[in-house]
Design a protein around this ligand. Structure first.
Ligand code: ADP
Ligand code: MG
Length: 316
């Protein structure tokens, strides 16, 4: 029974890489690491009802469970290479697994990620993906390198996924572009690699910009100021919510999977040129300052008070 499920996954996620010496089928996988590279490894778990609504389509779950991990590799400036999939299922539902595997494969194919192993067990629905990638030795982007005077940048737009989730929770129908941002996030791998040697610090925005930039500030022993007017918002978001809600979603909504990075402002033109082939713009949204913590400023440079209640309003 379990082997039917593994075979179904294997048949659908059949991305071949010549650096896979031994993939699914043995006790563990063997892969070749290119000379001069470091292994970059991360894992993320999605629990039904906690990290995704129970009625999420299995294809979307397959995509997203890989996407959230590739996003962590992207934030390190790594190239994705291999993944492991630990699936816990209430029952041996072959159709669920097939659809899940199709969604997983669709994203794995885009980034040439080979599925080299995993585990399949019975229990409450939960998905753990381990993603493995490579980075030239010593060139990984980390949270700890932000410097006073750096600009704070973010790729793409913020708040779309949070907006879609907010609408779903209020029994409204999100625009298809917003829903796609929630269910099919696009990990910014090309962007992360392009930022090697430029960004001083980088993180992916998974828990909301303020929370994640807060991790960068803490790891770098600096503070940050953000310009509320500069936050990049999609037309779909501004069409669906009033300006204050858009701002709150952009600052605190989760599941964006954009990259937030800091870099010298003098390199802004270079950043734009490097990111252009990846097809994703970066916007400068603030600056790194001495001290600790974050402040959000309005167009006149006055601080906007963000109440904790306001933040928790959208927390999951
Ligand atoms: P073991 O008892 O050695 O853990 P399993 O029966 O769990 O072996 O798995 C058999 C093979 O199938 C292993 O190579 C394992 O990595 C792979 N595998 C199991 N579940 C999955 C899955 N969900 N996705 C990909 N590979 C899997
Ligand atoms: Mg096992």
């Amino acid at each position: 029974m379990e082997f039917d499920l593994i075979d179904a996954i294997r048949a659908r996620v059949n991305i071949a890489r010549d650096d896979v010496v031994l993939g699914v089928g043995d006790d563990a996988a063997l892969t070749r690491l290119a000379p001069g590279r470091q292994l970059v490894a991360c894992a993320d778990t999605l629990v039904a009802g906690v990290h995704f609504p129970l009625d999420t389509a299995p294809e979307d779950l397959g995509w997203k469970s890989l996407a959230v991990n590739l996003s962590d590799l992207a934030a390190m400036g790594a190239a994705a290479a291999w993944a492991l999939l630990a699936l816990t299922l209430p029952r041996a539902d072959v159709r669920f697994v097939e659809s899940f595997a199709d969604g997983f494969a669709a994203l794995a194919r885009v980034h040439e990620v080979a599925l080299v192993g995993g585990d399949t067990t019975q229990g409450s629905l939960s998905i753990t993906v381990t993603a493995l990638g490579m980075v030239p030795a010593g060139e990984a982007l980390t949270r700890g390198g932000a410097r006073v005077g750096d600009g704070v940048f973010v790729t793409g737009t913020l708040g779309d996924a949070g907006g879609a989730l907010h609408q779903l929770q209020n029994h409204a129908t999100p625009a298809s572009t917003l829903l796609a941002r929630l269910n099919r996030p696009e990990p910014r791998l090309a962007e992360g690699m392009a930022l090697r040697g430029i960004a001083n610090a980088c993180i992916d925005v998974s828990d909301g910009l303020l929370a994640d930039l807060g991790h960068v500030c803490a790891a770098s022993s600096v503070g940050a100021e953000l310009d509320a007017e500069a936050l990049p918002l999609s037309p779909a978001l501004t069409a669906a919510f009033d300006p204050a809600t858009c701002r709150e979603l952009a600052l605190t909504g989760g599941d964006d999977y954009e990259l937030c990075f800091t870099a010298p402002v003098s390199r802004e033109t270079e950043i734009a040129a490097k990111l252009e082939p990846a097809g994703c713009r970066a916007t400068r949204i603030g600056r790194i300052v001495a001290g600790a913590g974050m402040r959000v400023l309005d167009a006149h440079g006055n601080e906007i008070e963000m109440t904790r209640a306001g933040w928790e309003h959208f927390s999951r």
